[in-house]
Design a binder for this molecule. Structure first.
Ligand SMILES: [Zn+2]
Length: 301
């Protein structure tokens, strides 16, 4: 179902925007058309766009689920945030942000790039680890957009609100005339807040609270849950952010029970251990555990 605002159309993916897809936005004033985060999949985007020419593709951040459809618009200007634009064309940098170097080392980075370069690489079961879209959809952005400053996409006014913590460069597009904010991965899903090597849980919480204060009537998440009124979003945000505290409590319990910090991941702090046979899920668990250990260190000072 496509929800329409004045200049904005909301395009969920057929899987209700579950990871590794996301809800895309079309900004369309009848003349200029932009796609924000083309992760809804080729069919949903094709159905929404039809034969129209797309003038701009805009990414809120570098994650697979938000960029995977960039390759569908090879002739279109790609706009990226000013922090991540520089590394986005270099798969070695992307691999580093992703956590590949931290967990699998330099040889792991080389192997990962070889695998995503080959469209015939067998895929893993629970993640987009080796998907070829990594290869197709990361490219040198043509332009960067400004943060926290009113800007125009055709006739639509937009402010790309910098919201670091999920990734360093993440932002949430806010459309003051429509009273709409796309909250991307402040997504209120039951899996809870995610932050990788370039994220930070304290920043994640601060950014989410700032986004919740925006003067908008509608808060659209990038995944599953979808559209919330401001009061609903604020009410559910507390529970979502509290998942960080629940993981911290569990982490403290494990450490008190004698589990070594380097073994915490075996207990599935973020992802159940049965999913960790997937090399990406294992990697995210390792990085996530490190981030939670750092948070514990910072808060117990
Ligand atoms: Zn993300």
């Amino acid at each position: 179902m496509t929800v329409k605002f004045r200049h904005i159309r909301v395009v969920p993916s057929p899987s209700k925007s579950r990871f590794p897809t996301c809800t895309s936005l079309l900004v369309d004033d009848g003349d200029t058309m932009a796609v924000i985060d083309p992760g809804a999949g080729p069919e949903a985007l094709q159905a929404a766009i039809g034969e129209r020419l797309v003038d701009m593709v805009i990414n809120t951040h570098w994650h697979f689920d938000h960029i995977s459809g960039n390759y569908l618009f090879p002739e279109t200007q790609l706009w990226m945030n000013p922090i991540e634009a520089e590394g986005f064309s270099d798969l070695r940098r992307v691999a580093e942000w992703f956590g590949v170097r931290e967990v699998y080392g330099d040889s792991g980075v080389t192997e990962w790039i070889e695998k995503v370069a080959d469209p015939n690489t067998p895929q893993t079961e629970f993640s987009p680890c080796y998907r070829h879209e990594w290869w197709l959809s990361t490219r040198s952005p043509d332009r960067t957009y400004p943060y926290n400053k009113e800007w125009q996409i055709g006739q639509a006014r937009v402010i790309m609100v910098h919201a670091p913590g999920h990734t360093r460069g993440s932002c949430c597009p806010y459309f003051p005339d429509e009273g709409l904010v796309y909250t991307a991965d402040f997504d209120l899903t039951s899996s809870g807040p995610a932050c990788g090597t370039d994220g930070d849980f304290d920043e994640f919480i601060a950014s989410a609270r700032r986004i919740a204060q925006l003067d908008a009537d509608w808060f659209l998440t990038g995944h599953q849950a979808g559209m919330f009124s401001r009061s609903e979003f604020r009410a559910r945000l507390d529970d979502f952010l509290d998942i960080i505290n629940k993981r911290q409590q569990r982490l403290i319990g494990l450490l008190e029970a004698g589990v070594k910090p380097e073994d915490v991941h075996k207990h599935g702090l973020l992802y159940p251990s049965e999913y960790q046979m997937d090399p990406c899920i294992y990697m995210w668990e390792r990085v996530g555990v490190r981030k939670h250990l750092e948070l514990l260190k910072a808060t117990s000072r």
